[in-house]
Design a protein around this ligand. Structure first.
Ligand code: RUB
Length: 354
């Protein structure tokens, strides 16, 4: 489990080792998680992020609890519930914690069973994202042949690459596949304020893969779409409701509105474990995480001497609001690219996936 494009793996000591995403793109560091408390902290402080990967850290976190508490089911369950609560919006976290709780309930050898299950979830994600990549790439090829274009411009928001979900990503999977198939693709990378997952993580992934890309401030997408410079918008998701409404990183909704106004196809790529079948209406019911206002007020980066610095960019006493996600209504979404095929964002089509 330690490929070049793995955001996490079990190391030789049996601990969970993760890429510490807080240091990218400046340094590639890893962090070792030994306990369920470590897993919980790593999700909360954004050492790891992205719906898929926080689901994996939750699953392995329950395994770490089983090891720490020598199979004591009551303590493991408490730890699993603590991890389940570590962030509110991405449903993969709850899905993975619940799947692990089921294993804890049934197993005799809890530690071995938890380890096997966490590895299985990770391996399943790898296969899911491969399928998403292939289908998404077929859609790209169709659009290209219909429009008779040789270069494909695709806009993405936040980071939904291999740092966010093992191993190919969700939104970036079709882009990786297109690059592999020799399609001439260029990616507009939304900066994604305030934490800049686009500017710091998506650009880092694409650069490493040799994929042509340009980082843009978050407000640029509408202008590019008006000018005919975007052939498709694609993002990942943190939770998609039974009616097709999709929660993703704050700012996604505005991109979807601009795409609708300019007849640009707007796709969401997601594995089926990102659906919340129990949530009937996403705009109304999905809980939106609110984060520390310092993420808006402060910026991190290298100074001229190459030293990492944190600076404040706002007046000291101004308040800031920091909503982590927004919900794009189903009517603005062209299609949901899943491992089970292209799904229409409505109750009937989504209901068949259960
Ligand atoms: C991450 C985010 C990503 C989705 C992608 O937010 O919104 O677009 O999680 O999903 P954050 P996936 O950085 O706050 O965790 O993991 O399925 O690619």
């Amino acid at each position: 489990m330690n490929g070049k494009y793995r955001a996490l793996w079990l190391n030789n000591d049996g601990d969970l080792e993760v890429i510490d995403q807080r240091h990218l793109p400046f340094e590639k560091k890893t962090r070792v998680l030994k306990t369920a408390g470590d897993a919980c902290e790593a999700i909360k402080d954004m050492t790891v992020r992205g719906a898929g990967v926080i689901g994996n850290v939750a699953a392995f976190g329950v395994y770490l609890a089983a090891r720490e508490f020598a199979g004591d089911k009551v303590k493991i369950k408490q730890a699993a519930l603590m991890i389940r609560e570590s962030r509110p919006t991405a449903v993969n976290l709850m899905w993975a914690a619940d799947r692990m709780l089921n294993v804890v309930k049934r197993a005799d050898d809890v530690m071995t069973a938890c380890k096997t299950e966490a590895i299985a979830i990770a391996d399943e994600d790898v296969l899911r994202t491969q399928k998403i990549g292939q289908l998404g790439c077929d859609i790209i090829k169709n659009i290209m042949s219909k429009q008779k274009i040789n270069q494909f411009n695709i806009l993405t928001h936040c980071n939904a690459g291999w740092l966010a979900i093992l191993d190919s990503g969700s939104a970036l999977a079709p882009i990786y596949e297109a690059h592999k198939r020799g399609i001439n693709i260029h990616v507009w990378v939304d900066e994604t304020r305030p934490r800049n997952q686009g500017a710091s993580l998506t650009s880092w992934e694409l650069l490493d893969a040799g994929i042509d890309h340009t980082i843009i401030p978050d407000n640029t997408g509408g202008h590019l779409m008006q000018q005919g410079l975007v052939d498709m918008v694609i993002t990942g998701a943190d939770r998609v409701a039974a009616n097709g409404d999709a929660a993703n990183k704050i700012g996604t909704y505005l991109k979807a509105l601009a795409a609708k106004d300019n007849d640009v196809p707007f796709y969401i790529a997601l594995p089926i474990n990102t659906f919340d079948f129990a949530c009937e209406n996403g705009v109304r019911d999905i809980e939106i995480e609110q984060r520390n206002e310092d993420e808006v007020r402060l910026m991190r980066g290298l100074d001229k001497s190459g030293k990492l610095q944190t600076i404040r960019i706002t007046p000291e006493h101004s308040k800031a609001a920091n909503y982590g996600f927004d919900v794009t209504p189903a009517r603005l979404i062209t299609g949901l690219i899943t491992e089970a095929g292209l799904v229409t964002p409505n109750q009937d089509a989504i209901g068949k996936l259960k």
